[in-house]
Design a protein around this ligand. Sequence first.
Ligand SMILES: C[S@@+](CC[C@H](N)C(=O)[O-])C[C@H]1O[C@@H](n2cnc3c(N)ncnc32)[C@H](O)[C@@H]1O
Length: 283
Amino acid sequence: MRVGRQQGALEAATDRAHLSRNSYADSGKLRARASIYKYRRPALDIVPWALAQVPWSGDETVLDVGCGAGGYLRGLGKSGQMRLVGMDLSTGMLREVRDSWDSARRPLLAACDAQSIPLRPASCDRILAMHMLYHVPDIGMTLKGLRDLLVSDGLLMAGTNGEAHLAELRDLFHEAHEEAEGRSLKAVPHWSRRFRLERGCELASATFGHVEVREHSGNIVVPDAQPVIDYLESTRSVMEKALSAGVDWKDVMSIAARRIGEIIEAEGAFRARTIAGVILCRP
Ligand SMILES: C[S@@+](CC[C@H](N)C(=O)[O-])C[C@H]1O[C@@H](n2cnc3c(N)ncnc32)[C@H](O)[C@@H]1O
């Protein structure tokens, strides 16, 4: 029964039509989720942090697969003369990338699935796959495909979260479900475990000769309930599928909101650990 419920969330998290038309039809839900990191202590700007993990010559050909609204492409485009390519399942996301660049300097953009990228073998110096591989149905095949697109001294940077990332918030959501339904979702593996830092490292090691993890950790300290509620609300398109039959999303959310409010009243803020980073993969 529990596995069945999480199976629904897993299917929604890897269903390409659902992702491109719903979860990532545009950057709205992703921005709502990302806005909680304004409360990270110490403060960290994740795009420059990730890009600074490797040196750049400034003339690489870089593919950003699952580029979303193009935050990493913009981070790279500020310097040098790189040839930038952005790909994503979602045409809405790609539209946002297109509209944020002037036409002369805009990256080459294409809507496609990371599992079948229409580029020649050995045509990329660097590939970014940031916070997206857990959405790909066949991660192993995708990693092999990405490796084949790299030149022999190329590099894949795969961004993701660690196992303990925002665990307190996940637990709170599971406990809210338990209060609504009498049964916890807590013991069931979350779909994003398909490619967190720990599992991602194992998967990448099966395909790449050299794999290295760089991580950063901190805490979010949020003095108001609303940003935490907005974060949970932004996961609805996938997490609603994990609820038991007959349990209403709004009921779980109203319990979660009450619990977040109680924690803030008692402790002055809602706190959770953040652990995320990049997996650097060389052929
Ligand atoms: C969490 S967002 C990350 C966006 C961006 N990389 C970032 O870190 O800001 C995941 C992105 O991956 C895209 N995506 C999901 N599955 C994909 C697939 N199979 N092929 C290509 N893109 C995919 C989604 O449309 C979405 O834009």
